[in-house]
Write a protein that binds this ligand. Structure first.
Ligand SMILES: Cc1ncc(C[n+]2csc(CCOP(=O)(O)OP(=O)(O)O)c2C)c(N)n1
Ligand code: SF4
Length: 282
């Protein structure tokens, strides 16, 4: 039987003490264990940033790609081998900024992968510049008079673009987060968990306590996760009350369902006909 220890490794971790990345890492290990997975079943893909380092600290297959490029790499890997369980770890800057176009493309393709965004509402690795989710007016080293752009709402964006599984987690609630990761990975299609994650070094506004004062469990409110209008309304709640859990869920055909050749089995197992490829190309 799988245990969380299966995913442990001894790679040196230099995240700051108290960083919200640690509970996300623990929740991932627990979720993989609960799903009965082994390291060989898993591929973790990331971009650049503190969040992007997450796959280094787990024992499994991993690919650390370029800034903002984790989703296209994960998409290629899933197309090549649909038997892999693929999880992408990304930061708010990495995913919604540098990789914003890939975020929308992955939703439109409905590729069967899980995206965990460590949303600390700041650029952590590069010492605290504003990210796309930084609140308007928040002062940073590069924007001392306060950011002048309105923040991206990733959940509303994902729902409006047709994502079939849209959830919010919180690194301060590790058990709920573990369950969300399990549900997201069991979902057939593109699943997003935007995880609220305090950066104790560079975001002194959105702290652990700031979140604790505001978060509530959607599951206890009778929220109908199949109701898109209601999900959009919840996605716009912020400042005073912040909902956690699955905002929206809808079953829909995946990329592999749409492409007949991919439904026949993992691409890596298909016979490669060099002559047919050459004929198509030249
Ligand atoms: C193309 C490119 N642009 C900029 C950088 C510099 N850079 C590295 S990490 C980073 C920000 C990461 O922030 P975020 O994705 O929010 O992750 P965090 O470190 O907060 O987890 C930036 C701008 C880079 N490495 N490559
Ligand atoms: S700078 Fe922020 S995100 Fe990076 S390790 Fe430290 S607390 Fe975590």
């Amino acid at each position: 039987m799988a245990t969380s220890k299966l995913f442990d490794n001894d790679f040196e971790n230099k995240w700051c003490p108290g960083c919200g990345n640690f509970p996300i890492l623990s929740a991932m290990k627990k979720a993989f264990t609960d799903l009965g997975l082994t390291p060989a079943d898993l591929l973790l893909v990331s971009g650049i940033g503190q969040a992007g380092k997450t796959p280094h600290f787990l024992n499994c297959n991993m690919f650390h790609s370029l800034h903002g490029r984790a989703l296209p790499v994960a998409t290629g890997a899933k197309i090549a081998n649909k038997d892999l369980n693929i999880v992408v770890n990304s930061g708010d800057g990495d995913c919604y900024g540098e990789g914003g176009n890939h975020f929308v493309a992955a939703i439109r393709r409905n590729i069967d992968i899980t995206l965990i965004v460590h949303n600390n509402m700041i650029y952590g690795l590069t010492k605290g510049q504003a990210s796309p989710t930084t609140a308007m007016g928040m002062a940073t080293p590069i924007q001392p008079a306060g950011t002048m752009s309105s923040p991206v709402n990733p959940l509303a964006l994902a729902i409006s673009q047709g994502a079939g599984f849209v959830a919010r987690g919180f690194s301060g609630e590790i058990e709920t987060l573990t369950r969300l990761i399990v549900q997201a990975m069991e979902y057939r299609g593109f699943s997003l968990i935007d995880v609220l994650q305090p950066c104790v070094s560079f975001n002194r506004v959105n702290t652990l306590q700031w979140y604790k004062d505001r978060v509530y469990d959607l599951g206890e409110t009778g929220h109908d996760m199949t109701d898109k209008q209601s999900a959009l309304e919840r996605s716009n709640e912020w400042e005073e009350k912040i909902p956690l859990g699955i905002l929206y869920r809808e079953e829909k055909p995946t990329f592999h369902d749409r492409v007949k050749r991919l439904a026949e089995g993992p691409l890596i197992a298909h016979k490669f006909d060099a002559k047919a490829v050459a004929a198509a190309l030249f």
